[in-house]
Ligand binder design. Structure first.
Ligand code: NAG
Ligand code: NAG
Ligand code: NAG
Length: 620
């Protein structure tokens, strides 16, 4: 049965007509990255960071880092020697207590700073595990243009329900309007999961302890996504996985979820006091449709990236999944539209008579106001006005408590993944996306952090006249010397830089270094990197606003015979016939001079609309 799953995957990939190759065009080692200044690493002042959190502050041009017993502030344009440090160990006595309670003094009983968010104009909110005794504080970072960084020990307060106890257990949080929204397990034993709201002036809220709401969840991301211009409709979205128990087999399975709450939720008055009254959740599906209706599911959500568009209410949601199957290791990226998520939350609620029954759509009358709808001017009916969730009828709160799950799942755009990888040696952990403007249109460039200290840079090319895509792994960047999992990535499009964190440290990596592809037009063109173009003399960063006259770029087809006819093709035997060069000289000449440029599958040889490559070729 397990083999059938693997078979279904390979079959369905053929069926999808996806073309892509798991060999990167360029593989850059740790030494090459640091030697060329493409990557600059920060390991803290003592050489070991125990990195846990990162906040990229593009307004102040600073990078804030949280590690083991330590916080750093780096100037984005400064040297790492100028970094300011705050030493923040556990409170007195906590290390000993942690040790007494049976935790490992070397790895557990320290203050790992896991929460780092902008709080207001002058302060950041920072929370740490505090040797299994979570603590929070405000850190003064000063106004823009001033490199101040200080912590007032007197402002340290409890971090319970705000920060996990454990140094590495998954959780997610975000600050909205001076309040912290966090999805985590909030007790020493790790048995009290919930979505919590705290800080600010309102009373704290949380989810009830009920497996119908959250069953052994692993939180991945939390984001504010407004519904419309009425702030009263603002919602906080949580992305997580949880366990489900199959009614027939009693087997546990993992499913991925999107859940949400109203920012103006105040809990109930008699029912659900200080508990969320607007919490709903829905399944996030990421599967490859197979022949005969056998779909392959990627169940385990690993990371979520919100690609903010001009329309702040409709960011595109890129979600990275992996499979929990023991047969093969697979990862997939699915893209969700917020409109589709809203539609599912506006659709039927899931209902079942008892845990032994199957789920169905709730067909009875749903009380008013509909659970999950925020009290606001835009949602109120005339003559039935609700200013706060505390005024909601008990009937509504009882219904909300019994029906947290929506019946329909959320499907990705085009009902299938944007990208599927089943043959990578590493598991993919983190995703960041840049929408790049190139000569032949817009392309999504995905940066995928692995569990082996590397980052894959992948371009996904939309094929004209169909929903089909082709992906090209442009580069494999070995950011860390040893194979540690990448735990966080942030991108600065303004600075064309990626910030990559693992337990060891943080790397600043330039998104592109076009010279690496070689010094000839054909090499530049074959690279198919939308960041790069041949400018007549060299392979350089393509800027859409720049002079276009000499730009040669073709990310779609990467056909140098077409792009470089009148250009210096090979870079070495410059006087050879350009047309011959395109056909003959390239495959031999290029790799010889640039041993990392892997041309096994040059795009030039691929017909753009063909579903597979050469005879006997692996579809990947
Ligand atoms: C990298 O940066 C260092 C320090 O700024 C500089 O001395 C060195 O020349 C640079 N190396 C390259 C290859 O650009
Ligand atoms: C920011 O928040 C901190 C902590 O509550 C407070 O002490 C500080 O005055 C606030 N700053 C501003 C500018 O509101
Ligand atoms: C082609 O490029 C190579 C290396 O950059 C250079 O030596 C050669 O003179 C160039 N030829 C032409 C025709 O520009």
């Amino acid at each position: 049965m397990r083999t059938a799953v693997a078979l279904a995957v390979s079959l369905s990939l053929c069926w999808l007509g996806a073309t892509g190759h798991s060999l990167p065009r360029l593989r850059l080692s740790y030494r090459e990255l640091s030697g060329s200044n493409r990557s600059v690493l920060f390991f803290g002042h003592r050489g070991f960071l125990g990195f846990r959190s990162l906040y990229l502050d593009e307004y102040r041009d600073r990078l804030f880092i949280g590690g083991k017993d330590v916080l750093y502030s780096l100037l984005l344009d400064g040297a790492s020697a100028d970094a300011k440090e705050i030493y923040w160990p556990p409170l007195p006595g906590q290390t000993e207590e942690c040790f007494r309670k049976g935790k490992d003094p070397g790895t557990d009983c320290a203050n790992y700073v896991r929460v780092l968010h902008p709080y207001n104009r002058t302060h950041l909110l920072a929370c740490g595990t505090g040797a299994f005794h979570p603590v929070c504080t405000f850190v003064y970072v000063g106004p823009r243009g001033e490199h101040t960084f200080s912590l007032d020990p007197a402002s340290v307060e409890t971090g319970r329900g705000r920060c996990p106890h454990e140094p590495s257990r998954a959780f997610a949080s975000t600050v909205i309007g001076g309040e912290l929204y966090a999805g985590l397990t909030a007790d020493f034993l790790g048995r009290d999961p919930g979505v919590f709201r705290s800080l600010g002036t309102r009373s704290a809220l949380r989810t009830e302890v009920d497996q119908r709401l959250l069953h052994d969840p692993k939180f991945v991301a939390a984001h504010l996504i407004p519904d419309n211009d009425d702030r009263d409709n603002d919602k906080a979205y949580f992305f997580f996985t949880e366990k489900v128990v199959d009614a027939d087999s009693k087997e546990h399975a993992i499913v991925s979820r999107v859940g949400r709450v109203c920012v103006n939720d105040a809990g109930g008055q008699r029912v659900l006091v200080n508990k969320w009254s607007t919490f709903n959740k829905a399944q996030l599906v990421c599967s490859v449709p197979g022949p005969g209706g056998i779909d392959t599911y990627f169940d385990e959500l690993e990371d979520v990236f919100l690609l903010r568009t001009k329309d702040g209410k409709n960011p595109e949601i890129y979600a990275l999944f992996s499979t929990v199957s023991h047969v093969f290791q697979g990862s997939a990226v699915c893209v969700y539209r917020v409109a589709d998520i809203r539609e599912v939350f506006n659709g039927p609620f899931a209902h079942r008579e008892s845990p032994h029954h199957q789920w169905g759509a709730y067909e009875g009358k749903v009380p008013y106001p509909r659970p999950g709808v925020c009290p606001s001017k835009t949602t109120n009916q005339p003559r039935r006005q609700y200013g706060t969730t505390k005024d909601f009828p008990d009937e509504v709160l009882h219904f909300a408590r019994a029906h947290p799950l929506m019946y329909r799942p959320v499907y990705p755009r085009h009902r299938r993944p944007l990208l599927v990888k089943t043959d990578l040696p590493h598991r993919l952990r983190q995703i960041v996306v840049d929408r790049v403007e190139a000569e032949d249109g817009q392309h999504d460039v995905l940066f995928l952090g692995t569990d082996a200290g590397s980052v894959l840079k992948v371009v996904v090319l939309q094929k004209t006249s169909s929903a089909m895509t082709e992906e090209v792994i442009l580069e494999e960047l070995q950011v860390f010397k040893v194979p540690v999992p990448i735990t966080q990535m942030e991108i600065s499009v303004k600075r064309q830089t990626l910030y990559v964190g693992s337990s060891l440290g943080v790397a600043q990596v330039r998104l592109h270094r076009c010279e690496s592809y070689g010094s000839a037009c054909a090499e530049c063109c074959l690279a198919r990197d939308p960041y790069c173009a041949w400018d007549g003399t060299a392979c350089t960063h393509y800027q859409p606003s720049g002079k276009r006259r000499h730009r040669r770029q073709d990310a779609h087809h990467g056909n140098p015979a077409h792009q470089c006819l009148d250009q210096n093709l090979t870079g070495e035997d410059g006087r050879s016939d350009p047309a011959d060069g395109a056909r003959a000289a390239l495959p031999q000449a290029a790799p010889a001079r640039h041993r990392h440029l892997l041309l096994q599958n040059p795009g030039a040889r691929l017909h753009p609309d063909r579903g597979q490559d050469g005879p006997g070729g692996d579809p990947w």
